[in-house]
Design a protein around this ligand. Structure first.
Ligand code: NAD
Ligand code: IPM
Ligand code: MN
Length: 338
């Protein structure tokens, strides 16, 4: 468990409450990482902690990032370092409108997609540099790293997921009309893996148009595969159209099982509401369902998933008082035990 910053510890406490409720035998270790640790010791993710984390089956993380720490120090030094070191190349982000949840979109849209976001490369890799910093002639480059190996493995993972779904439809989202080098690599990887999955219908959409269709016609998407940065952005749009960022769950997976996978809400540390018990822990609890599923506890995962669905359905209706973070967690835990 890595609570992290801001609302992170509040929502992780509720995720743990639900996890313990359905799986009392779970053995947990809590790690104090984030802004407080950095201020005290200057450390973001000490090597020794990383080594210990490798010995766990899975990681549940709240959020990372604090207004009192220079932007990027914790995000890169802790969160991205974990994703990179533990080879979390499949960043799985379901975008699903639960029954009863109001979407800001017109009509009554059906939204049920999975975004497979590449998790270890792209502009996140950190390549680039700064020249003449602070001068009028400053130059900053931020390079996008795309390897055939890295792209092909996430493309193949997305195909496998699409092949298991009813609609069996995979959309590559990129910007190959402008990013002609990386876009070409991605497009060829998709075209070359496609024959292995003859039942999957393949599609392509530029990321700008895809962003528009998330809002005007989300039903057209089933499984999406995309690069790290595009995936970051479209999954916040995905959250917004399916009830808000407080509901969106994610898994950072190493499907090979060589490293522990990490589960976390899509949202950040929300400094504007931190420490007030105002955060919705549902995204973290839904991430716990993904964690249980990943570790092979399908029945417990289904119970947590059902608790989330039932609680969301019950929220509809006038006058339902807003619950505190803890009350929401207690409600979800009670529903999950049945
Ligand atoms: P954010 O997701 O933290 O907040 C955006 C808005 O959504 C805020 O108004 C916030 O109050 C609201 N919100 C977020 N989670 C909520 C919840 N569970 N319940 C109710 N409302 C919620 O994004 P931001 O403001 O862009 O970033 C804040 C900090 O978090 C930054 O330091 C950023 O780097 C970091 N961040 C971390 C992660 C992560 O750890 N995975 C993800 C995104 C941002
Ligand atoms: C997310 C976050 C992270 C990302 C940041 C905090 C590094 O926005 O998990 O979506 O960009 O991946
Ligand atoms: Mn994000």
């Amino acid at each position: 468990m890595i609570g992290g910053d801001g609302i992170g510890p509040e929502v992780v406490a509720e995720g743990l409450r639900v996890l313990r409720a359905v799986h009392p035998k779970v053995d947990t270790t809590e790690y104090d990482l984030g802004a407080r640790r950095w201020h005290q010791t200057g450390e973001t993710l000490p090597d020794a902690v990383l080594e210990e984390l490798r010995g766990h089956d899975a990681i549940l993380l709240g959020a990372v990032g604090d207004p009192g720490v220079p932007s990027g120090v914790l995000e890169r030094g802790l969160l991205l370092r974990l994703r990179f070191e533990l080879d979390h190349h499949v960043n799985l982000r379901p975008v699903r409108l639960y029954p009863g949840v109001a979407s800001p979109l017109a009509g009554d849209p059906t939204i049920d997609m999975i975004v497979v976001r590449e998790g270890t490369e792209g502009p996140y890799a950190g390549a680039g540099g700064v020249l003449r910093r602070g001068t009028p002639h400053e130059v900053a480059t931020e390079e996008s790293l795309n390897t055939r190996y890295g792209v092909e493995r996430v493309v193949r993972d997305a195909f496998r997921r699409a092949a298991r779904r009813e609609r069996r439809h995979l959309t590559l989202v990129h910007k190959n009309n402008v990013l002609t080098k990386a876009g070409d690599l991605w497009s060829r990887a998709v075209a070359e893996v496609a024959p292995e999955f003859p039942d999957v219908r393949v599609d392509y959409q530029h990321v700008d148009a895809a962003s528009m269709f998330f809002v005007t016609d989300p039903g057209r998407f089933d499984v999406i595969v995309t690069d790290n940065m595009f995936g970051d952005i479209i999954t916040d749009i995905g959250a917004a159209i399916t009830g808000g960022i407080g509901l969106a769950a994610s898994g950072n997976l190493d499907p090979s099982g060589a490293h522990p996978s990490m589960f976390e809400p899509v949202h950040g540390s929300a400094p504007d509401i931190a420490g007030k018990q105002l955060a919705d822990p549902t995204a973290t609890v839904a991430s716990v369902a993904m964690l249980l599923d990943h570790l092979g506890h399908a029945e417990e995962a289904a119970r947590v998933e059902a608790a989330v669905a039932a609680s969301l359905a019950d929220r509809v209706g006038a006058g339902a008082a807003a619950l505190s973070t803890r009350e929401r967690g207690e409600d979800l835990a009670a529903r999950a035990v049945g």
